[in-house]
Write a protein that binds this ligand. Structure first.
Ligand code: FUC
Length: 769
């Protein structure tokens, strides 16, 4: 039955509606440049989830720097510290007595992972293509077409047009490079593989070349093989493949390692490479390209976003970023930012692959910043913030496999460090799934990761309403909750249940009971209680958690009107730290909101005011999401303005921003801000975290016109809607699961029942009667 609140002037019809399709954007979504990349952050990323590359687009020499996601330093290793739990009570006691430095010292000695540090993600290799006599060129164009996921270069030399296309194919598991010249026999080049690894070997054989690398002091070996198809001649000259008198050439490149999982390195990369190349060799380039586009667009095309276009999309991307800093008036750049995040997600997180690291798939350094690993006290989770709402639900899968791995290594850590059942992870994880606290006790011991990661399983369920998924993955959430249910303990100072030792990432050192932990654990317990009911299981455990919930230390408002970051009221309003962890319950959590806890919402907002508007890329991105939840679209846009301003630019001396290739800058490059920024933009136009769908809850004035389709809300709903002059115009909802729907716009609410697969359309005036 459909119920309409009569103060609401929408007219509901269930007829098929066509307006949304009519107003879809005509823009092409691409990054474009008029010169080759000199810096890595100017090069353009491609990827198929596991095999990625950065394309520089040079004229006399093309450089394609590539990665394969499993090539890391180190070897299978159990990082847990035997006997650490013997010191747990003493560390807690020291914290209770306010002896923080002593607690940190003891924890550093007895409670940290062995060894203290994890290991870095490695670059794999480089493909070089050198063209003779191409110095005098004109009409140069370089772009990344994110509607097709193809990087393109074209230019003219002596009246001959040269074209290049490069993409990383998921169906065929190769990087394909296609080169053409407009004149016959005009395409002449040398190509070769190389790598930064000391231990490397390059072998050339007819039309193929193989690069083998062995990671120093590690267990992993990589094999990359390329094969050339051309209508010219191929010879081997000085260890390079020399192609002459061609007008077209296709290069297929593949890369693999012996990594099978965090415990097994018995893979055979030579065999994998051979099989992949044998499979692709029967296909002409056109077919490989067609299969690539079809596969990519099956994900990409589901979602469209248009904020209007004032003509600036014709400019090069580096200029657009610069101009946006001067005047943030390029709405198409904002929609491009969202679509680029979707592009990066599809390129770095496919079912069966690993999650994107701090740098996604893309790393060119043997010692990358922060090891280019998985930082779980914000960064890894942020990568997945837009994935459900932007209709890329299956790209979430690598995170669930990652959690599954951690539930195994983290089980040992739970036992050795806390003498508890279940699993726990701390703030940093590598490919070997090290779950013990690393680096230093004052920030490495943070208990929140198992809970925060588990919330992604629950969120995936909330969006998709997929019960079999919930059933299969419930044990991961449950085992995280089991850990917390055993480790939370009664604080002698306050009587509350608290987590200790822990840390409010990465501020204030080792403490007892940071606010963030309790927000995460409360949310986890609540989701377990709901999930157990849905799955009709674990009644006893649910009861236990229900009894614990009210005893967990609550959110508190402190003397500055702030939301307390710690148990004690000791926040410093002058602290402008990039982390804003105690606002977790505002975003990505929902425990603090205007409906149920308006006072806490105000306090949280006050805390955010104190933190200020500066920040690293990911910090700016988080703040966009916060201000959207605070329903202040213009403030959110102010932060977006910073995120979309030129990074490390000589005229701009602040942190955060975007590189010419639109990669987010911490600085240095970290991909989290790309994803978090996209999520923040989507939070401006749709929120669904409170059992209802809020339309345009935080629309900035700068995005007063637009339309979106394929946007997803919790409850199994897919929406299309448009707005003009900052007012909602039309809405279309498809209910995938037939659940009741509550829609809210501008303070008005409408509730209606739905049928599976049916489309509901709303037209009409938006003014209250
Ligand atoms: C956390 C952050 C840093 C950086 C690092 C990778 O430690 O505090 O800013 O993002 O992760």
């Amino acid at each position: 039955m459909i119920k309409i609140f009569n103060f609401f002037k929408f007219v509901i019809t269930c007829s098929i509606c066509v307006f949304i399709t009519k107003v879809q954007a005509q823009d092409t979504f691409k990054l474009s440049y008029n010169k080759p990349a000199e810096l890595w952050t100017e090069a353009l990323p491609i990827g198929n989830g596991s095999l990625g590359a950065m394309i520089f687009g040079g004229v006399t020499e093309e450089h394609i720097q590539f990665n394969e996601e499993t090539l890391w330093a180190g070897k299978p290793h159990d990082y847990s510290h035997k006997g650490a739990s013997n010191y747990l009570a003493e560390i807690r006691q020291l914290l209770t007595e306010g002896k923080q430095l002593e607690a940190q010292k003891l924890a550093q000695k007895e409670f940290m992972s062995e060894p203290l540090k994890q290991v870095p993600y490695q670059p794999f290799g480089d493909l070089y293509i050198a063209f003779k006599n191409h110095n005098n060129y004109s009409n140069y164009k370089r772009e990344l077409d994110i509607e097709q996921a193809i990087s393109k270069v074209s230019y003219t030399v002596n009246g001959v047009t040269y074209k290049r296309e490069v993409f990383s194919s998921f169906p065929n598991q190769v990087i394909a490079v296609n080169l053409t010249s407009s004149k016959s026999k005009a395409l002449n080049f040398d190509l070769w593989l190389d790598a930064l690894h000391e231990d490397k070997l390059v072998k050339t054989n007819g039309d193929s070349q193989t690069l083998e690398v062995q990671v120093k002091d590690g267990a992993l070996r990589g094999v990359a093989t390329l094969k050339v198809y051309t209508n010219g001649t191929i010879e081997t000259v000085n260890g390079k493949l020399q192609i002459t008198n061609a007008s077209k050439a296709t290069i297929y490149l593949t890369a693999a390692t012996n990594y099978i999982n965090f415990n097994d390195v018995s893979g055979n990369p030579n065999k994998i490479s051979e099989e992949i190349l044998a499979n692709v060799s029967s296909k002409i380039y056109k077919k490989v390209k067609k299969e690539h586009i079809k596969d990519y667009q099956s994900l990409y095309n589901r979602f469209k976003l248009d904020f209007g276009n004032n003509g600036k999309s014709a400019n090069t991307t580096d200029k657009r970023i610069y101009d946006f800093w001067k005047e943030p008036n390029d709405p198409q750049l904002v929609s491009l930012y969202v679509q680029y995040a979707r592009y990066l997600m599809i390129s770095s997180s496919r079912p069966g692959t690993k999650p994107p690291t701090l740098q996604g798939l893309w790393n060119n350094k043997m010692n990358p910043p922060w090891f280019s690993s998985y930082t779980t006290n914000i960064n890894l989770e942020m990568n997945y913030w837009p994935v459900e709402v932007a209709n890329l639900s299956e790209c979430h899968e690598p995170l669930f496999s990652f959690i599954e791995d951690l539930s195994k290594t983290g089980k040992k850590v739970a036992k050795e460090h806390y003498n508890a059942a279940g699993w726990i992870a701390h703030h940093n994880i590598d490919i070997w799934r090290g779950a013990a606290p690393v680096n230093a006790s004052h920030h490495g011991i943070w208990q929140g990761a198992a809970g925060w990661l588990s919330s992604h399983i629950w969120e995936h369920y909330l969006f998709t309403q997929n019960k079999s998924f919930l059933k299969e993955n419930y044990h991961l959430m449950k085992d995280a909750a089991l850990f917390y249910s055993q480790v939370l303990y009664e604080d002698p100072n306050t009587g509350y249940l608290i987590s200790s030792p822990s840390n409010s990432p990465e501020i204030g050192g080792l403490v007892a009971g940071p606010t963030m932990d309790h927000q995460i654990i409360r949310a986890l317990f609540k989701s377990i209680i709901e999930a157990a009911e849905i799955l009709d299981t674990d009644q006893e455990f649910s009861k236990e958690l229900t009894l614990m919930l009210p005893k967990i230390a609550p959110n508190k408002i402190g003397k500055h009107g702030q939301l307390q970051e710690w148990l004690e009221d000791k926040d410093d309003p002058e602290n402008h730290h990039r982390h804003v962890s105690h606002l977790w319950a505002v975003y990505p959590g929902n425990g603090i909101n205007y409906e149920e806890t308006p006072d806490l919402m105000e306090a949280a907002k006050q805390s955010l005011e104190y933190r200020g508007d500066n920040g690293t890329g990911w910090s700016l991105a988080w703040k966009i999401n916060f201000w959207s939840r605070f329903r202040d679209g213009n403030r959110a846009y102010k932060l977006l303005h910073r995120l979309l301003s030129p990074a490390e630019h000589e005229e701009r001396n602040v942190g955060g921003g975007s590189y010419p290739n639109l990669f987010d800058a911490h600085p240095p490059f970290q991909i989290d801000g790309n994803f978090g920024g996209a999520s923040g933009i989507l939070e401006m136009i749709l929120q669904s975290h409170l059992n209802k769908i809020e339309l345009l809850p935080a629309l900035p004035d700068a995005l007063s016109e637009g339309n979106v389709s394929g946007i997803v809300a919790r409850g199994g709903f897919e929406l299309a809607f448009k707005w003009k002059d900052s007012k909602l115009q039309e809405v279309e909802i498809i209910s995938k699961k037939g659940l009741p729907c509550t829609l809210e716009y501008n303070g008005e609410t409408i509730k209606f029942d739905t049928k599976i697969g049916k489309k509901y359309t709303f037209n009409g005036s938006l003014n209250k009667k």
